[in-house]
Design a protein around this ligand. Structure first.
Ligand code: A2P
Length: 276
């Protein structure tokens, strides 16, 4: 089985350098996918209240038979539950649906700046972490301004910011800010949702030269950028392949060629997107 290196977080915990994404698998589809992913060696499983699959994620973990401490399970606070008390209530629901005593990583799903409750939500997460119910607290889709405000108003920086990141949207500036601040970068849609990027000539060429698949070339690009990709696949062979990233390396030219595919985001803009 592949041995996956880890990335240290600013709170003393660590994450594996690749995780398993579960969007848009529902409860029924996610259960065997998570059990299978854990048996192929994934130790980080991503989920969210809004994916509607926390129950299936928890069942998939239980079915895997792995000990609790060797698997990290992440979920996210939905936009409509932002605010101090509602964050505590929403987290409790998520934790119960997952069937866990504690959650390894809890993220604010989107900042929803027009609602302006992400600082209150963050204070609730700091309290839940102090109570031992969450190991690491982080955010998703936060910009540099949102991250700076959390640090200024609470003194606690997120351990992780999970953002859209793939060769069409390499996020050079935000990654540089994360590195300087000590925030780990997680990548959603690391393969660009499987569209386009995997057929790009530059990706296909790098992959065939290294004897790997286009998906592996892109995921290795993430690893060398210190971005933690969380590829989703419902297919067991692809799940195993997407973790097998540590026996080959991209050259600096390969990295630059893949980054030059940059053209813009596929998903919502965090400055205006309102997550329900
Ligand atoms: P499938 O679930 O049928 O394997 P992202 O993680 O960027 O959102 O991309 C997910 C998409 O990429 C899914 O459609 C998934 O399809 C596809 N995918 C995942 N792994 C691979 C792979 N190794 N090769 C080709 N496509 C993949």
């Amino acid at each position: 089985m592949t041995t996956v290196p880890t990335i240290a977080l600013n709170d003393g915990n660590s994450l594996p350098s690749v995780g398993f994404g579960t969007y848009p698998l529902d409860d029924r589809a996610v259960e065997p996918a998570v059990a299978g992913a854990i048996s192929s060696g994934y130790t980080l499983i991503d989920s969210a209240y809004n994916y509607g699959n926390e129950k299936g994620v928890g069942r998939g973990f239980a079915e895997s038979g792995e000990v609790r401490s060797s698997i990290q399970i992440a979920t996210k606070l939905p936009g409509r539950h932002q605010g101090f008390d509602s964050t505590i209530a929403s987290f409790t629901e998520s934790r119960e649906r997952l069937g866990l005593e504690y959650v390894d990583l809890y993220l604010i799903h989107w900042p929803n700046p027009s609602v302006d409750r992400y600082v209150d939500s963050w204070r609730a997460m700091i309290a839940l972490q102090k109570d031992g119910l969450i190991r690491s607290i982080g955010v998703s889709n936060f910009t540099e301004d949102h991250l700076t405000r959390l640090a200024d108003e609470t003194g606690v920086l997120p351990a992780v910011n999970q953002v859209e990141l793939h060769p069409y949207f390499p996020q050079h500036e935000l990654r540089a800010f994360h590195t300087a601040a000590g925030i780990a970068t997680e990548a959603w849609s690391p393969l660009g949702q499987g569209k386009g990027i995997l057929e790009e000539a530059v990706v296909v060429d790098v992959a065939s030269r290294l004897g790997v698949s286009p998906a592996q070339a892109v995921l290795r690009w993430h690893v060398q950028l210190n971005s933690i990709p969380i590829p989703k696949s419902a297919d067991a062979a692809r799940q195993a392949q997407n973790l097998d990233l540590f026996s080959f390396e991209l050259s600096p030219d390969d990295l630059a060629a893949i980054s030059s595919l940059s053209r813009g985001r596929l998903g919502g803009d965090p400055r205006v997107h309102e997550e329900q």
